[in-house]
Design a protein around this ligand. Sequence first.
Ligand code: SF4
Length: 234
Amino acid sequence: MDFSIHDEIALLADNFTHSYPHEIIAWARHRFGDGLVMATGFGPEGIVILHIVQQVAPGTQVFYLDTDLLFPETYELRDRLEAHFGIRFTRVATSISVSEQNEQIAPELWATQPDRCCRIRKVEPLRAFLKDKKAWITGIRRDQTAQRAHSRHIEWDKANGLVKINPLLDWTQEQVWTYIHLFELPYNILHTRGYPSIGCAPCTRPVMEGADPRSGRWVGHKKVECGIHLQEEK
Ligand code: SF4
C-alpha cells in the first residue's frame, strides 16, 4: 500500500503536538528542501519564525504578499529585517496596480468589497506563487481567530494544494513578545502605537488596550480573515 503525503501528515500532526518550532522547521527543511517556503506579513510571529529559520533552515525562501497598501512603517520594517538577518525577501504581488483597481473595478474596493479586494491582492497572487511549491510555513496561532483554532502544526492546505506548517500554533501572544525582546529582534513601531495586528493601511485601525488584538482589522465588516488561511477546496 502506498504511503501518501496525507498519511504522513496524519502521523506527524500528532507527533508534532508537543514539538518545539525548531524541530518542526528543521524537519520541514529536510523533508521538502527548496520546495519549502516561508510566508511573512512582518508580524511578531513571522519575526520569531524568521529567527528560527535562520538557525535551523537557512536558505529557505521567505516571501511576503505586497498589496501596495501596507503601512510605510511595515515597508521600513521589511528593510530593517533584511539588514538584520542578511537576507532578501521575495515580493509576491498582483499585476493590477492600486490605481488600475480603482479605475477598472471600483474606487477604494477595500471599503465596499474587502473580500474581493483581498482575493485580488492577496489570495490569487499567493495561490499562483505556491503552485510549484511543496510546503509553506506560516505564523498563525490558534488563539487568533475561530478558524485558526482548528489548525494543526502540519496540515494539508486544500485551497493551495500543498503542505502547510504552523510551528507557532500553540504559542501565546505573550510568548511571542518575550521571544522578540529576549533576542532583541526588530519589530513594527506601530505595535507601540495601539496596533497589535497590522495588515493593509486602509483596513487596520488602532485598538484600545485589552481589546481583541484583531478587532482593528476590517472594522465595520464581518470579515476576520483575509482569506489566505481559509480552506476552500481547490
Ligand atoms: S486587507 Fe484591505 S486593502 Fe488589503 S487586500 Fe484586503 S481588503 Fe484590500
